[in-house]
Ligand binder design. Structure first.
Ligand SMILES: Nc1nc2c(c(=O)[nH]1)N[C@H]1C(S)=C(S)[C@@H](COP(=O)(O)OP(=O)(O)OC[C@H]3O[C@@H](n4cnc5c(=O)[nH]c(N)nc54)[C@H](O)[C@@H]3O)O[C@H]1N2
Ligand SMILES: Nc1nc2c(c(=O)[nH]1)N[C@H]1C(S)=C(S)[C@@H](COP(=O)(O)OP(=O)(O)OC[C@H]3O[C@@H](n4cnc5c(=O)[nH]c(N)nc54)[C@H](O)[C@@H]3O)O[C@H]1N2
Ligand SMILES: [Mo]
Length: 770
């Protein structure tokens, strides 16, 4: 019986007549994801890319406009020659920096055919490229935490386990709650979804949860869960007031603070108002957060009683000044003094992806490693548009100054910037600047439509691979189950053909075909596993069984050794301790990220809401798909309202605007506008609306700048400014909009259609004058 893995879990492919008809949940999964129902429809979607295609006016050299011109289908020979010609030309005329191959994106769960990694490997073999650093998920935390704690472990999964929480924790203060929709997903997949049930077990055992969230429903529906509605972007004020309250009560665990942290004198002076004349009392925070004084005081009492874990979802730091709530969480946990105790302290990422709260390992994950990129340029992912608009200009990043490269050729495989980036109207303009854009895609996504050369890639069901998330206990074989449609090829096959033409075939393939490379990748993981005393079967046995689960010991509580002996097991910070004040960060002189946790009002939030733009728009992760992936599957399409992405609007806000369930709404601000379907609800705070990410960017007029978007993509509204210069992280959650009902018929266009073609099915195209 064949088996397959995916970001949304393991399954048994049921194939009839050469078609995948069902993705049957893997029998080892105790809580399989409903998203599996969308897999057959995606694999056999009518918008698969089936033949190489080139934008007509790029091919004939007349210019035209990306996203607006018809495509010409060409043969593989022609397409590969065109890509090689452009790579050679740009390298020769402008050097490796001019080739942008960052290619951020989740790609597939398969660790060998991971498109982004294979592209990075190919471009490194072919002479280098401008790459990317950091991520959209927890970019602010990734830069902040090493200064405060010495590394990123608490945001990458080395957090208290559900078992320890169930056994020890009285209260989990969850900033951002626990959205069960999110833990369906894991980058690299899983064999068993344990997070939702892990929290459910803790609740049954008496652990209590406080869901601090603008949204009620992103936490289990259980009597042990209290909802504390909070204005988006205001958590730092709440956390500072909780610390100030502990301070006023004499309830700060001073022994831990003195022994394990540095800089509290600076923080304490700020809390007490000695720095800015503002005492950070509960009354001060109540005015900012909307949380009543009595609730804040009650919370402080609750947190200091019994064992407390403070958590925050990644969404909180995907915001302007997103570093601050995370730093404040660490500081609050230090004041409570339970860092290093089982089920106490803090942890980030619960309710974000599947693996957090499970046991973890730091070895033995099959993964393909790209060759080192000799070109030193690495641009923070969220600065994509700035890079395209400002070649050669300087920008600050984590204490250093860098320069944007002058990009002439953009190469993307395994990511969807017209899904993931902020202020898409701005990106769409910047995207016209490079000379050439090459994209590999299985589907005609918004990004594929915005390319010059589109190469058809297989989906995972059409090739052999292995799914494995770093740290997570499962390895799952991904066994080829159906034929590729049309002329689609594996990304690795495409790059091998390009490498051959460029004379770097051996460097790229290592002399291995796909089957050999898969075996080599597995064998490396097997050696690592054996070295760590966790032997895994040989490749053939693994492939025949189809899965392997590491039997992992329970990890010690995070920071346990450090707590016992801060000098014996110091952190990798300059002081070796938790830095409540960081002289390093302070020394960077960024006013938007000072030396200790600080309340800094965001540019767009409830506190700056105007009559023009009164609603704070959050764009959470979609429960019905993974980002833009699976949007054409039934789970997502059945969730659409009036054919568009549903937007949750508070009942009072809806009443004030005459909005009813099922209405078509227009959402807009000075950056863009989009059309959505209304869902009226009491489960979100007044003044807040929710529009999940991932609806396919569908401009009404692709030939025009700032065209209205028809399918409900929130990124035409989001701001493309960094969280701070420290992290250069995205600030996608810091957005104000206005909402209105639209009289029908509202404009509509199918987001999952094929692009316009000037020529289909051609085996070769004519000459190219350019
Ligand atoms: N407003 C707003 N924006 C956000 C966020 C938010 O919260 N709010 N979240 C951000 C976050 S955290 C993230 S991680 C990003 C996610 O952004 P992305 O990771 O870019 O989103 P995906 O839709 O997963 O894009 C993956 C693409 O890879 C393609 N693909 C899959 N398998 C293969 C393959 O084998 N070969 C090739 N060539 N292609 C393949 C898919 O078809 C898809 O187009 O979005 C970010 N954007
Ligand atoms: N089904 C599904 N799951 C996914 C993904 C997907 O596309 N689909 N994407 C995956 C990826 S790439 C990532 S990075 C993770 C992201 O995980 P997150 O970024 O944590 O996910 P979100 O759903 O954006 O938000 C989590 C919660 O934070 C709350 N929140 C937002 N802003 C604030 C705030 O200012 N204050 C407070 N207190 N709460 C706030 C939201 O209401 C929500 O309940 O999700 C992963 N899981
Ligand atoms: Mo993410």
């Amino acid at each position: 019986m064949t088996i397959h893995g995916s970001h949304w879990g393991a399954f048994r492919p049921r194939v009839e007549g050469g078609r995948l008809v069902e993705a049957v949940p893997f029998e080892g999964d105790t809580d399989p994801s409903p998203l599996l129902r969308s897999v057959p429809g995606a694999v056999h979607a009518r918008n698969r890319v089936t033949q190489p295609a080139v934008r007509g006016s790029w091919l004939d050299g007349t210019g035209g406009r990306r996203g607006a011109d018809p495509f010409v289908e060409v043969s593989w020979e022609t397409a590969l020659d065109l890509v090689v010609g452009e790579l050679r030309r740009v390298h020769a005329e402008h050097g490796p920096e001019a080739v942008f191959g960052g290619s951020y994106g989740w790609s597939s769960a398969g660790r060998l055919h991971h498109a982004k990694t294979q592209l990075n490997h190919f471009l490194a073999c072919a002479g280098g490229y401008s790459g990317q650093v950091s991520n959209y998920s927890y970019g602010a935390a990734e830069r902040l935490l090493p200064h405060v704690l010495g590394d990123t472990a608490p945001v990458t999964g080395q957090v208290a386990t559900w078992d320890d929480i169930a056994a020890h924790t009285d209260t989990v203060l969850m900033l951002g709650g626990f959205p069960a929709k999110n833990v369906q997903l894991e980058s690299g997949g899983t064999g068993d979804h344990t997070a939702r049930l892990g929290l459910a077990r803790a609740l049954e055992g008496g652990t209590r949860v406080v869901n601090v969230n603008p949204v009620r429903t992103d936490a289990p529906d259980h009597p042990g869960v209290d909802w504390v509605p909070v204005r988006p972007g205001s958590d730092t004020a709440l956390l500072l007031a909780l610390m100030r309250r502990l301070d006023a009560l004499g309830a700060v665990y001073e022994e831990f603070v003195a022994r394990c942290t540095v800089g509290d004198d600076r923080l304490r002076a700020y809390l007490r108002g000695a720095v800015d004349g503002v005492d950070k009392t509960p009354a001060w925070a109540a005015a900012l957060t909307g949380v009543p004084v009595a609730t804040i005081e009650g919370l402080a009492d609750r947190l200091r009683t019994g064992r407390t874990l403070v958590t925050a979802t990644w969404a909180l730091q995907r915001a302007e000044h997103g570093e601050q709530p995370y730093w404040a969480v660490v500081a609050l946990a230090a004041y409570l003094g339970q860092i290093g105790l089982p089920g106490g302290g803090f942890g980030f990422g619960y309710g974000c992806v599947a693996r957090f709260g499970a046991t973890y390992r730091t070895f033995g994950t099959p993964a393909f490693t790209a060759r080192y990129n000799e070109c030193p340029v690495r641009v923070p992912v969220a600065r994509l548009t700035d890079m395209l608009l400002h070649p050669g200009e300087e920008y600050a990043f984590d204490g250093a100054v860098h320069r944007y490269p002058d990009v002439r050729l953009v190469y993307w495989a395994g990511g969807n910037p017209f899904h993931h980036h902020q202020d898409l109207n701005r990106l769409a303009r910047a995207w016209q600047r490079p000379e050439t854009v090459v994209v590999h895609e299985p589907w005609w996504t918004a990004t594929a439509r915005m390319a010059d050369i589109v190469l058809p890639a297989t989906t995972t069901l059409e090739r052999d691979d292995i799914a494995a998330a770093s740290g997570e206990p499962w390895l799952i074989a991904m066994q080829r189950s159906v034929d590729a449609p049309g002329e689609a090829r594996n990304d690795r096959t495409i790059f091998a053909a390009l490498a051959e033409r460029l004379g770097v075939a051996d460097a790229y393939t290592g002399g291995l075909d796909d089957a050999g490379a898969l075996r080599a990748m597995y064998d490396r993981a097997r050696r690592s596993a054996a070295e760590h005393g966790h032997p895994i079967p040989d490749f053939d046995t693994f492939w025949a069984t189809g899965h392997h689960r590491y039997d992992l010991p329970a990890p010690p509580p995070p920071y346990a050794a450090f707590r016992r002996s801060p000098s014996g097991a110091p952190l990798a910070t300059p002081s070796g301790r938790i830095e409540l004040f960081s002289a390093t960060i302070d020394g960077f002189g960024y006013d938007e990220c000072p030396g200790h946790p600080t309340w800094l009002p965001p540019t767009e939030w409830a506190g700056s809401a105007s009559e023009r733009f009164p609603i704070h728009l959050l764009s959470p992760q979609p429960g019905t798909r993974l980002h833009s992936q699976l949007d054409m599957g039934p789970v997502s399409t059945e969730s659409k309202v009036a054919g568009r992405e549903p937007c949750v609007v508070n009942a009072d806000d809806a009443a004030a605007r005459g909005i009813a369930d099922g209405d078509v709404l227009r959402l807009w601000n000075e950056r863009g506008e989009t059309f959505v379907g209304a869902v009226v609800s009491d489960d979100v705070l007044p003044g807040v609306a929710l529009l999940a990410t991932g609806a396919w960017y569908t401009p009404l007029d692709p030939a025009a700048d700032d065209s209205p978007e028809l399918h409900g993509n929130p990124n035409v509204l989001t701001r493309d400014v960094p969280a701070s210069r420290l992290s250069q992280g995205t600030s996608a959650q810091t957005v104000l909009v206005e909402i209105a009902r639209v009289e029908s018929p509202a404009p509509y266009s199918d987001p999952h259609s094929l692009p316009a073609f000037a020529l289909r099915g051609a085996r070769s195209a004519g000459g190219r004058a350019r």
